[in-house]
Write a protein that binds this ligand. Sequence first.
Ligand code: SF4
Ligand code: SF4
Length: 472
Amino acid sequence: MYNKNSMKAEEFIDHSEILESLAYADENKNNVKVIDDILKKAREMKGLDHREASVLLACDIPEKNEEIYKLAKKIKEDFYGNRIVLFAPLYLSNYCINGCTYCPYHGKNTHIPRVKLTQEQIRDEVIALQDMGHKRLAIEAGEHPKYNPIEYILESIDTIYSIKHKNGAIRRVNVNIAATTVENYKKLHDAAIGTYILFQETYHKESYEALHPTGPKSDYAYHTEAMDRAMAGGIDDVGLGVLFGLDKYRYEFAGLLMHAEHLEAVQGVGPHTISVPRVCPADDIDLNEFTNSIDDDTFAKLVACIRIAVPYTGMIVSTRESQKSRERVLDLGISQISGGSRTSVGGYTKEIRPEDTVQFDVSDTRSLDEVIHWLINLNYIPSFCTACYREGRTGDRFMALCKSKQILNCCHPNALMTLQEYLSDYASPETRAAGEKLIEANIPAVSNEKVRGLLIDHLNHIKAGDGRDFRF
Ligand code: SF4
Ligand code: SF4
């Protein structure tokens, strides 16, 4: 029986409720009156529930779809402006005891070398990432009690934060590791992580069990209830995600929104971020086995509908997506992207065969500088901002600022300052010239005179090389 306040996975992600919502969406996908009513509510920018949003996702009236795209763009601009936050994944270890059938790190894959970085190797990887200009990482590791225990993850986080190389620093470490205990989440919280990210992969329980035949991850309820344990452990910011292509996308979409509604209802804080990866090629993975994969048009519609349904959440696309696909969804709601990524263990420093241990093939293989230049040309402000959690703006504090659209007053000047840091320290001459022009053009958008004055002062210090890490 569906109950978003329940702490049981099968009640807050109720299968019948999803099927009924999809049936309702099918009945109303050409009903202009129902769609107009939902769009009217969506224009208030307070979100939609899974049933309403499912109607928009199913809608196949071209003019209404145009309205959906326009609204998604407007919500994105109103909440986050034109900044796009950059991050990079850092793979620590590909040892894993799980049997996920879509991931080359699954325990039975004997084709790939298994690698676990030492603290010294992590240091080298972090220096390479700092020299690219990154300030925000997402660490990734397979689940393995012997090779990747929580102590290893904690030590690695400490190492990452401790490295100060030239003007570089990793200022926020987000963590993407397997579902764990409240006690371990407390330890991650105490290690000052940013967001805890855990992809659900699929909300369809039967499919989930078939896709995860072995290992601790095969327990659907334990995995699905992980975010509640993370929050019980003191982690304020959690990131949801589905691997689109595993099951039917409309089912996943409804499940994802129900998960967000559950977190808001019981924790008072919805997901800090939502990621939208799609199944993609990798070693030992035959894409033909995944018959639910979605095309680019469906992907764009999904992004737009998530943006409308959960206006306050950050939305992430990785380098799984091509430049073309990323360009399209930036406009529809994406607020964070990875750049210059290596998806292998040790990939930032290994010169020879760095792709041997990749988790997935990267589609967007451009360097970080190329990605930055591309964003600037599209009139987005590339941002390396990590201010919020360092200023204590997490959980419900962050949500209140975001929902009232106040966060833009921080995001915009912080984006300009962190971009200037990047331009002064790491950019190619062409990117620097284009970026400084963009910064000049975007200073007047800071309406508060005092903030604008401080911003100009900070920018001058950064350019002169006598100041870094200013933040609002
Ligand atoms: S998805 Fe994660 S848990 Fe599953 S095999 Fe890959 S690394 Fe292991
Ligand atoms: S001010 Fe906060 S929400 Fe805005 S970019 Fe920085 S960390 Fe993110």
